[in-house]
Design a protein around this ligand. Structure first.
Ligand SMILES: Nc1nc2c(ncn2[C@@H]2O[C@H](COP(=O)(O)OP(=O)(O)OP(=O)(O)O)[C@@H](O)[C@H]2O)c(=O)[nH]1
Ligand SMILES: [Mg+2]
Length: 311
């Protein structure tokens, strides 16, 4: 918006101006427009400037920075304040390895995480929550008939982006939060994988809250992802996704890589002393290994103890 244009509350169709060069505009970007910003049918404006981004959530297709796919970095959204990690408790089953990856991405992008456990009518949250006991990770439980007031309060005043596997219920939730959103909702096939019903990210303004006139916030629905590649995150930053482990590493020898092969890595004693869950250390080391090409690429995000797909 140009300074002299004044505020306009309309849905405006705009195209990228040539002067933007190769810079891409992503969902969540704040942009300056020129031309017809009336929002009238057929009106077309031009995007001439992208404002500096407050946060950038990225992912790579794969973990491997040595391959073309792995280096292909996608900006998922700009300017998000909160990463809502959506995981179904069943159908498809939760994958703590995937949640761990999202946590790494959130801390790396300086976006606050919120764990959103859907399909609580199908299975209980105990196993997933038990795994994150030491993290003080905020969470909400969603079932088809659940009251969304607590979630609305957590979304108020912020830009939140939903991420999760296909079929976990992101669009279903968006439709409940924003009744006029009309996001397409899919079915989950017998093997527990959704069919990627949503194909692009969309930001929607949340309706005003019943009890106040504050900013209700924005919610961004995204297409389901199979994995959350972290090739763009340095090995050191990976650890920030594991705040329950990070404290231990002050006792590590210089240049400790924190892998299972490091004889004196302080993380082993930390876990043996009951300071953190051994499954979290295993997950961290699995992530480290996947980035050096040693992990199992077929199931990068399943941790032992997660329920098995289809069983
Ligand atoms: N039992 C149960 N089913 C749910 C719940 N939430 C969503 N579903 C169902 O799960 C299926 C998939 O929901 P979607 O909202 O399309 O999932 P999505 O995460 O948007 O999937 P993609 O767009 O492919 O990423 C639909 O059949 C929903 O009706 C829930 O809380 N309980
Ligand atoms: Mg969807």
């Amino acid at each position: 918006m140009l300074p002299d244009a004044g505020p306009v509350d309309a849905t405006v169709t705009a195209m990228r101006a040539r002067e933007l060069g190769r810079k891409s505009v992503v969902v969540g970007d704040r942009v300056s427009l020129v031309g017809d910003t009336s929002g009238a049918p057929g009106a077309l404006a031009r995007i001439v400037r992208i404002a500096e981004r407050r946060s950038v959530l990225r992912r790579t297709a794969e973990d491997d920075a040595t391959t073309a796919e792995g280096r292909l970095e996608r900006v998922v959204v700009a300017n998000a304040d909160q990463l809502v990690i959506v995981s179904a408790l069943a159908d498809p089953p939760p994958r703590t390895g995937f949640i761990d990856r999202c946590l790494v991405a959130a801390y790396d992008a300086d976006i606050e995480p919120l764990l959103c456990l859907t399909k609580a009518d199908l299975a209980g949250p105990e196993a997933v929550l038990g795994y994150y006991t030491e993290l003080e990770l905020p969470y909400v439980l969603i079932r088809p008939d659940s009251d969304l007031a607590a979630l609305r309060a957590l979304l108020a005043g912020r830009v939140s982006v939903l991420v999760g596997h296909s079929g976990v219920g992101k669009s279903t939730l968006v439709n409940r939060l924003v009744p006029e959103a009309d996001r397409a909702v899919g079915t989950v096939s017998a093997i527990g994988r959704g069919r990627h019903t949503s194909t692009s990210a969309v930001a929607l303004r949340l309706p005003p809250q019943a009890d106040g006139d504050g900013d209700p916030g924005w919610i961004i629905d995204t297409p389901g992802v199979r994995s959350f590649g972290l090739a763009h995150v340095s090995a050191e930053s990976l650890l920030h996704g594991f705040p329950d482990l990070v404290e231990a590493t002050v006792d590590c020898p210089a240049n400790c890589q924190h892998t299972a092969e490091e004889a004196d890595c302080a993380l082993d004693a930390w876990v043996a002393g009951g300071k953190a869950d051994p499954r979290r250390l295993a997950s961290y080391r699995r992530l480290l290994a996947s980035r050096s090409g040693e992990g199992d690429p077929r199931e990068p995000e399943r941790n032992p103890g997660d329920p098995l797909a289809g069983s």
